[in-house]
Design a protein around this ligand. Structure first.
Ligand code: SAH
Length: 389
């Protein structure tokens, strides 16, 4: 077999079980450097002990992502069909309808691959050179398993540049980019080619349902609403007034359209959340429920301190516009801030706002976003819900 072997020098790496092997953990000698980006490799210790089959990228800090713990594993359509089949069985047992994240990368033992399913439409996000090389095998396996009508490749995640990959969006099968997502009894309009990421954030599904329980008769501020995932469900649950606040005009246009599709009215406000919260504080306007689900404030480990500060400030401002006896949800999708640190910043923010609170929910993403037990980064979403006094 022409497959190359990447060597882990003794002592540098204990067998941690993580699917990631960093560039400083491997022997980066001439033969290693000559392995092409994305090539399938065996990983062995100096003593010949097998660590598994993975794919390599000499350009990336994460030099190898392991696909399996066996060496010499054949990575082909059948391999992907088997992994995708396992991912599908889990979702089939969780959901009545085929609307969910089908593959959550490392969490489903398919590093670098994310697939969202919207009925007979799939959006596929390939994040690494190794998975890009497997593109045809993955698409063939998906055809075999699901025969989707439409497949959209979203190869436009900014992180692809770290892997030396170009950015593209390509509809490889079928056509049409607007679909209706069926979730929690709502029908949301999503744009799968123009929208952010895969077009829809399934990760907040269970948190949306939790929040909706409180909504009857309440005023709701859905800050960082995107296309209204939280706000529309709250309105459908009987909220008296729902404001969707976001800086993206196209996202807000979809939120309004989805509102109409579900027979509810939402008010769309295009503004920067921090500025709008300051304004609301200035005019002493309050909402019975405030939900803040911002973009990642900690984009890399280097940004931890400024990002943590931004979460604290957001918590303070959001608490200030929450009415007495109100509900406040604060979320973070940054895998670079650990849950306890995020919770501590939120607690500080509440304290500085002079608000005492009861923490009533600490949740992550739904079960269609499995976490790799040895890769804490795969548990990126944190949502804290407080009942304020
Ligand atoms: N809560 C949403 C997902 C939010 S994603 C849901 O349930 O689907 C984060 C959103 O924040 C994006 O829609 C993005 O457009 C918006 N955003 C980013 N920076 C912003 C800012 N400074 N002010 C307002 N919105 C912002």
């Amino acid at each position: 077999m022409s497959r190359k072997t990447i060597i882990l020098p003794k002592g540098r790496r204990a067998r941690s079980g993580s699917p990631w092997i960093f560039s400083n953990e491997i022997r980066m000698d001439g033969p290693a450097k000559a392995v092409g980006a994305g090539a399938v490799v065996n990983v062995r210790g100096e003593d010949g002990r097998g660590f598994g089959t993975g794919y390599f990228n000499p350009k990336s800090l994460i030099a190898v992502r392991l696909l399996t713990e066996e060496c010499d594993a054949v990575i082909d359509k059948d391999f992907f069909a088997q992994r995708l089949g396992r991912a599908l069985r889990l979702r089939d047992s969780l959901y009545d309808k085929p609307f969910y994240r089908l593959v959550h990368a490392e969490g489903d033992h398919l590093p670098g691959l994310v697939i969202d399913r919207f009925g007979d439409t799939l959006t596929v996000q390939i994040g690494t050179a190794g998975m890009e090389k497997q593109r045809d095998a993955i698409l063939a396996a998906l055809d075999q398993l699901l025969s989707p009508a439409t497949v959209i490749l979203r190869g436009d995640a900014p992180s692809r540049t770290l892997e030396g990959l170009a950015s593209y969006v390509e509809t490889v099968k079928g056509k049409g980019h607007r679909i209706a997502v069926e979730e929690n009894g709502a029908r949301y309009i999503a744009d799968l080619t123009e929208g952010q990421k895969t077009g829809w954030y399934y990760d907040q599904r269970d948190n949306r349902a939790f929040i909706a329980q409180f909504a009857k008769g309440k005023s709701v501020l859905d800050a960082y609403s995107y296309t209204g995932g939280f706000g529309i469900l709250a309105a459908m649950a009987g909220a008296r007034e729902t404001v969707c606040l976001d800086s993206s005009a196209p996202a807000l246009a979809l939120a309004e359209e989805s509102g109409r599709a579900n027979g509810v009215k939402i008010k769309a406000v295009k503004a920067d959340v921090f500025e709008e919260l300051e304004r609301l504080i200035g005019t002493n306007e309050k909402f019975d429920m405030v939900l803040a689900d911002p973009p990642p404030f900690v984009k890399s480990k280097r940004d931890l301190e400024p990002g943590a500060k931004a979460y604290r400030k957001l918590a303070r401002l959001a608490a200030q516009v929450t009415a007495p006896d109100g509900i406040l949800m604060l979320a973070s999708c940054s895998h670079n801030i650990p849950p306890d640190r995020f919770a501590a910043e939120c607690a500080q923010g509440l304290l500085r706002a002079g608000r005492s609170a009861r923490l009533i929910r600490q949740a992550g993403a739904g079960p269609d976003h499995p976490v790799h037990p040895l890769l804490p980064e795969s548990a990126y979403l944190k949502a804290l819900v407080y009942a304020l006094d």
